[in-house]
Ligand binder design. Structure first.
Ligand code: PMP
Length: 331
């Protein structure tokens, strides 16, 4: 069949590459309206990570972890990949597990959103639910116990300690940000989950741009609603996390992230998840203090997985400062 010569036609290589080759190279989108009120010489951009095939930033580390384990002979011969996850990493493992024929078992807090469970079950992952009051740490402890009891059955992917996690961001996210900003990024802002994004992309960018500012952000309390993010002082510290790596660590309130997620949807047309709301809060806080600069963050996933949280999407916007920067909730 000859494809018509329109902008919709695919090149031969596009049409024949498999799912795994479409991870990364996500768009870098400018914030158009939420940045009003900033100095005109300051721009804020976000990597649209929901463009990945599994719907989130976690496709990058999941694929690298699986490919590294296959190359090392840790996976294959029916061995099950086992890991703990708050949802997105599990969806990425399940996506590529299905595509590459690798069985997946996940320990996950039973409080994760119902959409996440539906997606994971649709993709055929085996799920082991853990105590919601123990959060992501409970899922980590359950995975450690399972692999200890059944070492022959499982290969423990261990996203919190596996260097293939941050290396994925060192090899893809960092170089993409450098080239998409023509090397002009001045501030990189990333949330802390496993810390793979911050550590990998941050390390690469710091090697390329010596005076770049690397800013991490985390929830402001042990109990929070920022799915996918960790409050490091009260959580099990990931082995790949270096608390001294970032130049600064900001704290974001759950309510501020929720409000910002609504604003991103209504004022930018960006229907993104809660941690993206938190990323925008942190990035705009950094940007509001600059006279000049290019601030880059990531929007890890889209809003679809959070639809069952009606209070998140259906609350009215609070009226605040018109520039969207000096609002209550951003500081
Ligand atoms: N946001 C969401 C929605 C996530 O699922 C994750 C990963 N847990 C993060 C942010 C943080 O990414 P990282 O693990 O690379 O720190």
């Amino acid at each position: 069949m000859t494809l018509p010569d329109t902008k919709f036609s695919q090149t031969e290589s596009d049409s024949t590459t498999d799912l795994t080759s479409h991870v990364g190279n996500t768009p870098l989108l400018p914030l158009q309206r939420l940045g009003h009120g900033l100095s005109p010489r300051v721009k804020v951009f976000a990597k649209a990570e929901w463009f990945n095939p599994g719907g989130s930033v976690k496709d990058r580390p999941a694929l690298n972890i699986i490919q590294t384990a296959l190359a090392n002979g840790d996976l294959g011969n029916g061995k099950r990949l086992l890991d703990s996850t708050s949802g997105n990493m599990g969806i990425s493992y399940a996506t590529f597990g299905a595509a590459l024929g690798i069985p997946i078992t996940l320990t996950i807090p039973s409080s994760a959103s119902s959409e996440r469970f539906s997606i994971l079950r649709a993709l055929g992952a085996e799920l082991i639910l853990t105590d919601p009051t123990e959060g992501s740490d409970g899922a980590i402890l359950a995975a450690r116990k399972l692999v200890k009891e059944n070492p022959g059955l499982y290969w423990y992917a261990n996203q919190y300690n596996n260097p293939a996690n941050w290396q994925a961001h060192y090899e893809t996210t960092g170089p993409e940000i450098l080239s998409q900003t023509n090397g002009e990024v001045t501030h990189f802002v990333a949330g802390l989950g496993t810390s793979g994004t911050l550590t990998g992309a941050g390390k690469y960018l710091r090697q390329q741009i010596l005076d770049i500012n690397i800013i991490a952000f985390q929830p402001d309390a042990a109990f929070h609603g920022l799915e996918g993010l960790k409050h490091m002082p009260s959580a099990i510290q990931p082995g790949i996390y270096d608390p001294d790596f970032a130049d600064e660590i900001l704290e974001v309130r759950t309510e501020a992230a929720y409000e910002m997620a609504r604003r991103l949807a209504r004022e930018e047309g960006l229907f993104v998840g809660i941690s993206s709301g938190a990323a925008a809060v942190a990035a705009l806080r950094v940007a509001s203090e600059l006279e000049e600069g290019i601030v880059v963050t990531l929007f890890p996933d889209a809003g679809y997985k959070y639809l069952s949280d009606k209070s998140l999407w259906e609350s009215p916007l609070h009226m605040g400062a018109p520039n969207g920067v000096l609002r209550e909730g951003i500081g």
